[in-house]
Design a protein. Structure first.
Length: 164
């Protein structure tokens, strides 16, 4: 059985699969609200309008998973991105494989997501369903349309996800 260990989520490491959401280091941004806040415009690539889609804001309440965990299938959304932002510091692991390629257990990558980070999955990116380390709430922004855009596929071999 193939074993998979997550690496820390970084913008560079996650770039082939999407975008990391986190407050930029340093001052950055621009002052708003009379100087009491700083605005950081983070995302210009949220893609939700293909084939008549529109943005939908949801709240997922996730139970903590028990690790190690055996992975059996992944899913993808070809017509829209999917954004996850934890509330109250909930951590998770995101398991992904490249879009545009056949799904293979050998192509899987896992990233440990801190409770102060979020991520955007690019359209077509293979990913496992939400894998919460801590029970908690996640704000999810995804595409809503008349036709469901979720393709699931079994892995071509067993994979065990461990945290360490």
């Amino acid at each position: 059985m193939r074993r998979l260990l997550p690496v820390p989520l970084t913008a560079a490491g996650f770039a082939p699969f999407g975008t990391v959401i986190e407050r930029p280091a340093g001052q950055g941004g621009r002052a708003i609200n009379g100087g009491t806040s700083r605005r950081h415009d983070l995302l210009a690539d949220v893609d939700l309008q293909a084939e008549g889609g529109c943005p939908m804001l949801a709240l997922f309440h996730a139970q903590a998973r028990a690790f190690p965990l055996r992975l059996g299938e992944l899913e993808r959304h070809r017509l829209g991105s999917q954004t996850f932002v934890p509330l109250a510091g909930a951590r998770c692991v995101i398991v992904v494989a490249p879009a545009g390629q056949p799904l293979s257990a050998d192509a899987l990558r896992a990233f440990a997501v801190r409770g102060d980070q979020g991520f955007v999955l690019a359209p077509g990116t293979w990913h496992h369903a939400l894998l919460a380390i801590d029970e908690g709430d996640f704000v999810v922004i995804e595409r809503r349309a008349a036709a469901v855009d979720c393709e699931e596929q079994a892995l071509d071999g067993p994979v065990e996800l461990r945290l360490a």
